[in-house]
Design a protein around this ligand. Structure first.
Ligand code: F6P
Length: 524
């Protein structure tokens, strides 16, 4: 098997190619006179504001070869068990194949048929999508991106265990005209199970047969059926689809019902186009690979702790949590495939906000804090509204912020500006210290021609593959998420102490004094 190479990967910090890459990053500079723009599935990826040099380019290629990227990339597309700790494939690329496996095709057709049927009948004015994490963010993102101007069917999302979420999610809806979609790969997630139970009770209290008004999307269809959702209302996906890679499966059905099944098809074909690019473009022209190398340089060599997402499109605000889950659940690890500690900093914090709001919230920190953060500027060349001046101004803000981060402002420049306004020389010098901006701060500019399902699909797949390349270099498994398990188990234990009145001795949990204090308080 190709992925057997994972067992032989050396610790990254002991690899001569890593040392070479590090040295090349440290001696490279951002070359403001040079333009590096890649074309990937219709997206333009401008990497000009990253360090570059001929040596760095060569060192990056050598590093990827040493990490056997070609072999592992092929193993990913072949559906090999790259998720070693769970012994399963991460075969999301199969979900967007034009000619996928039969079982994938038949679920795809079932979703299309459902949307067609209920659209024809003008059924369900309301959709309530219940799910969390990967069973939520992608559907929110697609629905907001393409339904921002409203649609005849309204959709609400309920993810949180906070009872206000389900209360607000159902409030004011007519249960007779509401379809609840329960999306959960495992059909075990506490939040989703509780919220689905409340929805069921809500239907029953109104005399509506919940089995007719609820559908499930899951990789655990038997449990979904056992919960009372009839088989014909259960849509399935497979354990080889990771939660955060599942938008391409039937998980997207609520988006199809709200903004049209053409959106689902468009997302899939855009993602597939990016898959082809990732598989076939040479390393130097390969957008996911070059983005990954830039992040490896910024994170593991230059020590930046985070990457900011400045999304200059208010329809894409959910892109931020979507990518946070994709990147931080995948790369927030520090042990390699063999179980050894990785000795270089791995996955950064990913954070952000739509621009221009972000400019009035935290851009001060990006420009003048001691540390700063690399930024991904994401923008559409064309807008879909009628106010061209808005869009031109949006584009201007995006380019201006990037330029300001890159070039900054020297003390002399600031002082001269102050003097030219007639300021006293002492004051001009003093104020210049506060107005100077260091510059030299790295960023990527990612331009979509227009926000379409195709371009959004390509964008999401590009980030998926960037994550994969980084994971290959760091030598970690991007497809598991063991770190979230401990908290889930503890929450179950503490719930029993809080509500059922069990003692910590009975539950064998070791509680610190403060937690015990708050359990007593909350119990009372
Ligand atoms: O937070 C952990 C996690 O397992 C995510 O990976 C996943 O997307 C989410 O919970 C929801 O899981 P499920 O789809 O099984 O309900």
């Amino acid at each position: 098997m190709k992925h057997d190479v994972l067992k032989q990967l050396e610790p990254l910090d002991q690899l001569p190619q890593w040392e070479q890459f590090k040295q090349s990053v440290l001696s490279a500079k951002i070359n403001c006179e040079q333009t590096v723009i890649l074309d990937a599935a219709g997206l333009s990826i401008d990497l000009s504001a990253q360090r570059s040099s001929t040596e760095l380019n060569q060192a990056g290629q050598d590093l990827l070869k040493a990490r056997q990227l070609n072999t592992l990339r092929q193993a990913l597309f072949d559906g090999e068990h790259l998720n070693t700790t769970e012994d399963r494939a991460a075969w999301h690329t199969m979900l967007r194949q034009p000619q996928p496996l039969n079982e994938v095709q038949s679920e795809r057709l079932r979703v299309l048929e459902l949307v067609r049927r209920v659209d024809n009948d003008r059924r369900w004015r309301n959709i309530v999508h219940i799910g969390i994490g990967g069973s939520d963010w992608g559907v929110r993102l697609a629905t907001q991106a393409f339904g921002y101007a409203g649609s005849w069917r309204q959709i609400r999302f309920v993810s949180n265990i906070d009872g206000h979420a389900i209360e607000g999610g159902l409030a004011g809806l007519d249960p007779h005209d509401t379809l609840v979609v329960v999306a959960t790969k495992s059909f075990r997630t506490a939040e989703t199970m509780e919220n689905a139970a409340r929805a069921r009770e809500w239907f029953e209290a109104a005399g509506v047969n919940a089995g007719n008004n609820m559908i499930a999307v899951t990789a655990n269809p038997e449990v979904a059926e056992a919960s009372g959702i009839p088989r014909h209302n259960v849509y399935r996906f497979w354990d080889w689809v990771g939660g955060r890679f599942s938008l391409w499966s039937a998980v997207g059905v609520a988006a199809g019902l709200t903004v049209g099944s053409s959106v689902l098809a468009g997302l899939q074909s855009g993602a597939h186009a990016m898959d082809r690019h990732f598989l076939n473009a040479p390393f130097e022209e390969n957008a996911p690979i070059q983005l990954a190398l830039a992040e490896l340089a910024n994170r593991s060599v230059l020590g930046y702790g985070s990457r900011n997402l400045a999304v200059y499109d208010s329809r894409l605000s959910y892109l931020i949590p979507y990518l946070q889950q994709l990147e931080m659940e995948s790369l927030g690890k520090s042990v390699d495939h063999q179980g050894r500690d990785i000795k270089v900093p791995t996955g950064p914090v990913v954070w952000g906000m739509p621009g221009t709001d972000a400019q009035h919230t935290f851009f001060q920190w990006l420009h003048q804090s001691s540390e700063g953060s690399p930024v991904d500027f994401i923008v559409c060349k064309e807008a879909d509204h009628q106010w061209q001046q808005h869009h031109k101004k949006l584009l201007a803000h995006c380019l201006a912020q990037r330029q300001a981060l890159l070039h900054g402002k020297s003390t002399t420049q600031a002082e001269n500006e102050n003097l030219s306004k007639g300021m006293e020389p002492d004051k001009a010098r003093w104020l210049a210290q506060h107005r100077k901006q260091p510059g030299g701060r790295p960023s990527n500019l990612i331009v979509l021609p227009q926000l379409t399902p195709f371009s959004l699909g390509a964008l999401l797949a590009m980030y998926e593959h960037k994550v994969f390349v980084e994971a290959v270099v760091w030598g970690l498994n991007p497809f598991d998420q063991w770190g979230v398990e401990l908290g889930k188990v503890l929450a179950d234990d503490i719930y029993e102490l809080l509500s059922v009145g069990k003692t910590k001795q009975e539950k064998h949990v070791n509680l610190d004094q403060s937690t015990q204090y708050w359990i007593n308080q909350f119990k009372a």
